[in-house]
Design a protein around this ligand. Structure first.
Ligand SMILES: Cc1cc2nc3c(=O)[nH]c(=O)nc-3n(C[C@H](O)[C@H](O)[C@H](O)COP(=O)(O)O)c2cc1C
Length: 203
């Protein structure tokens, strides 16, 4: 069977979602996929970035990493989108990238693929679920297949998010990913690769 193509497309200001994306890419490769790991472009004004030490540091450290293009989504059989939670919603940087995909959408090039999402927020009830559900609105419009992790493995009862994978960064925005989140990220990558392989199987 041909190798599943997995795109991990994300935005991250201060590195949390970046770390989650890297783990998903590794797990996707382990599951046998060909992986593209891509950040979307930063759109915030330089003065906003400069005012936050963690943001400036992450921006400088990742400025030469590959940027997402529309072709990355068209190429993929499976797409994992990552975004920090912004007022319970998708970050504008990721949304802006998504909003450039009208030409691909109108040609049906975004349909019939497997999609899922991952996010981080500062607080436990800070809107992770609403962020993932908002992200999935776009997938329905594309005719994509949302591959929610659900409670399809015992480990999902530990991280506790059936909508995707999420992490709480804490008040100082510096709580590292724990075993539960790492296991949930590995599970999401394995699951989407498995489902994408089933979706593209020739009958
Ligand atoms: C403008 C803005 C809005 C935010 N909104 C929320 C929120 O609604 N709930 C929450 O818990 N955290 C919120 N946060 C905190 C971020 O979600 C958190 O810092 C982020 O997940 C860290 O991800 P990153 O390190 O990849 O940038 C917000 C942060 C910013 C800058």
């Amino acid at each position: 069977m041909a190798q599943v193509k997995l795109a991990v497309i994300y935005y991250s200001s201060t590195g949390t979602v970046h770390g989650m994306a890297g783990r998903l890419a590794q797990a996707g490769e382990k599951a046998g996929a060909e992986v593209r790991l891509r950040q979307v472009a930063e759109l915030a004004p330089p003065e906003a970035i400069a005012a936050n030490a963690g943001w400036s540091q992450h921006f400088d450290a990742t400025r030469n990493e590959p940027r997402a293009t529309p072709d990355d989504i068209v190429w993929a059989d499976a797409v994992l989108f990552g975004t920090p939670t912004r007022y319970g919603n998708v970050a504008s940087q990721l949304k802006q990238f998504i909003d450039t995909l009208g030409p691909q959408w109108s040609k049906g090039l975004l349909a019939d693929k497997a999609y899922a999402g991952f996010t981080a927020s500062m607080t436990e009830h800070g809107g992770q679920e609403s962020t993932l559900l908002a992200l999935y609105n776009t997938i329905y419009h594309w005719g994509g297949v949302v591959v929610a992790p659900g409670y399809t493995d015992q480990l999902k009862f530990v991280d506790g998010n059936p909508y995707g994978v999420s992490h709480v960064t804490g008040g100082n925005n510096d709580t590292p990913l724990g075993d539960a989140q790492l296991a949930a990220l590995d599970h999401l990558a394995e699951r989407i690769v498995k489902i994408a392989a089933k979706l593209s199987r020739v009958e």
